[in-house]
Unconditional design. Structure first.
Length: 81
């Protein structure tokens, strides 16, 4: 397994752990943290979906995490309106 693949798997595990923590049934809920984790997971997914299309890792990262940031922004507006 390549180092890049291991790094990606590690990122997904960390992002999923943040999401799981944010969704724990505690008195002090963390919906904004759940939105952050969701945005990161969306960014990672889009980055990998675009891999067969080619292009640099930087370009795919900007597109993927840009879409994740849009998701986060919309989610925060809906949470705190």
């Amino acid at each position: 397994m390549r180092v890049y693949t291991l790094v990606q798997l590690g990122e997904v595990v960390v992002f999923a752990a943040v999401l799981a923590y944010a969704l724990l049934p505690t008195p002090d809920k963390h919906p904004a943290l759940a939105m952050v984790a969701g945005g990161l997971l969306i960014g990672k997914a889009v980055l990998n979906i675009l891999a067969p299309e080619g292009g640099s890792l930087i370009r795919r990262s900007l597109v993927g995490y840009g879409l994740g940031a849009v998701f986060l922004g919309i989610g925060l507006v809906l949470l705190y309106r």
